[in-house]
Design a protein around this ligand. Sequence first.
Ligand code: ZN
Length: 220
Amino acid sequence: MNRAGRLYCFDIQIFRKSRVVPIMSLTDKGYRILMKDVIREGDPILRRKVEEVKFPLSDADRNAMDAMMRYLHESQDDELAEKYGLRPGVGISANQVGVDRRMFAVLFTDVMEEENPTLYEYKLFNPKIVSHSAAMTYLPDGEGCLSVDRPVEGIVPRYEKIKLKAYDENGKEILLKLKGYPAIVMQHELDHLNGVMFYDHINENDPQAEPKGVNIQSLW
Ligand SMILES: [Zn+2]
């Protein structure tokens, strides 16, 4: 082989290598979730109870959770949301991106606190409601969901207060006492892990009817 030929072969190899585009999956480090990754209503994964997370966390579970939290941050950033076509979300559960694990990420401030509202930024694993109030509440404008591309009107009754037990990414127990908006968001996400959609709670015959025999008040 002459020198030019050798160079030629070398170039071909490089060319082939550069053609191998690494196809990342959601469980790889640094993945950016886009709307195409979000599972929409109708898919059975949104309708079944998902699997407990095991500790120590696998790299795949940790990476998926990081990608979910990244989605929330980017979707709430006007510039990035527009650039990547992201629908803003305050919470996302693992099965909404096709990952069969009991975990969700939330990122929001309490809409009821006017000055210096508390930031709720949590990656929660194996979350469970350990106790709740008898009193219920609901968002007067109804709820929305990244997995639902249509507006759904109606009252979604939620416990006004909950105690939520979960684990952080290091397997350390977290106990959260939540009231009002934060309690509503967590119940919406926890429902996903049990295969429940927010509209399952809406009165079919009269969507704006408050449930009877329950102490319930609109959040505002
Ligand atoms: Zn949802």
